[in-house]
Design a protein around this ligand. Structure first.
Ligand code: NAI
Length: 337
């Protein structure tokens, strides 16, 4: 039997956690033969509903589940974890400014970064889902000095899946035949869903679509604002699609997805001319075993793409600035702030 994967999930009793845990338990995250131990982290108030969620997982009688921990203590929750999915975050309350939300969440992710540093396996992979995801990943990584910041990622896979779905509908093609759609930058409405390199049935997507007005005036804003569109329809924010995207992200990272391109928001190393040390979504290949490799062999962006990539870069720099008091001195210096 393969070694058990210990998966920590924060916000485990929330909407995304509820939609995700059964799928992890059933083997969809690491493959159908890999046992899992679920380490579920909640707030004190969240422990009661979490107990119910844990009861339901037990009632699922999943052969792969080796244990379920329920805790409000980050050091216990992240203890010896192979993978941590950070979903729990403070939702925006009435009258709350964006900066207040940013600060409240950054404080949570600073604490969790420290706990991951102290308690998780040193080769842990961390996926941040809770918003503002990119900047939360920056804060968590900055507070985990003994762990390579490249192991911290923020999720833009939902945006990629949304974009691929829209291209599939527009071209009347199964999603399977849509490839190389890229999300650049922030998981926010400034993100750039880019079809410049995309293929539909192996042909350039922009040629198949042949409708620049649709791409710029319908496709891009729709993907950027899809979260709001879902809230408008459902009366609650996307949960099951977000859970599904998190499963996809970790699945591809460990099981591998060959030559396919996957968008991951990772620490910029200066590639694509980006500022270093912002968590910027870029296209990667995932060969498996927790590894990702940036796709670098692509043509330089045209003028339109360059402007779009720059707008979302600027937003990430502003976000980094807003949380700089939570970054340890060394990182502040690197960031030049
Ligand atoms: P929710 O409000 O239903 O659940 C959040 C849960 O996190 C609650 O049970 C809460 O008790 C818990 N929590 C809060 N602070 C915590 C802490 N410090 N430690 C442990 N648990 C904590 O929210 P939902 O719908 O599950 O969404 C969670 C987050 O995911 C939100 O920030 C949302 O904006 C974000 N999101 C991100 C997406 C992405 O594509 N990156 C897509 C959709 C949502």
């Amino acid at each position: 039997e393969p070694p058990t994967k210990k998966v920590a999930v924060t916000g485990a009793a929330g909407a995304i956690g509820y939609a995700m845990l059964m799928r992890i338990a059933s083997g969809q995250m690491f493959g159908p033969h890999v046992p899992v131990e679920l380490q579920l982290l909640e707030t004190e108030q969240g422990l009661k509903p979490l107990k119910g969620v844990a009861m339901e997982i037990k009632d699922g009688a999943f052969p792969l589940v080796r244990g379920i921990t329920q805790t409000a203590d980050p050091n216990t929750g992240f203890g010896d974890a192979d993978v941590a999915v950070l979903v729990g975050a403070r939702p925006r309350g009435p009258g709350m400014e964006r900066a207040d939300l940013m600060n409240a969440n950054a404080a949570i992710f600073a604490v969790q970064g420290k706990a991951i540093n102290d308690a998780a396996k040193k080769d842990v992979r961390v996926l941040v889902v809770g918003n503002p995801a990119n900047t939360n990943a920056l804060v968590a990584a900055a507070n985990a000095p003994d762990i390579d910041p490249a192991q911290f990622m923020a999720m833009t896979r939902l945006d990629q899946n949304r974009a691929m779905g829209q291209v599939a509908i527009k071209t009347g093609t199964p999603v399977r035949d849509v490839e190389r759609v890229v999300i650049w930058g922030n998981h926010s409405s400034t993100q750039y869903p880019d079809l410049s390199n995309a293929l539909v049935n192996g042909k350039p997507a922009l040629d198949v679509i042949n409708d620049t007005k649709w791409v710029r005036e319908e496709f891009i804003p729709r993907v950027q604002k899809r979260g709001a569109e879902i809230i408008g329809a459902r009366g609650a924010s996307s949960a099951t699609s977000a859970a599904s995207a998190a499963i996809d992200h970790i699945h591809d990272l460990y099981v591998g997805s060959g030559d396919a391109w996957q968008s991951l928001a990772i620490r910029s190393d200066g590639s694509y001319g980006m500022d270093k040390d912002i968590w910027y979504s870029v296209p990667c290949r995932c060969p498996g075993d927790g590894v990702y490799e940036r796709v670098l062999d692509i043509p330089s962006p045209d003028e339109y793409s360059a402007a779009m990539m720059d707008a979302t870069r600027k937003e990430l720099l502003e976000e980094r600035d807003a949380v700089k008091h939570l970054l340890p001195a060394a990182t502040r210096k690197q960031a030049g702030t």
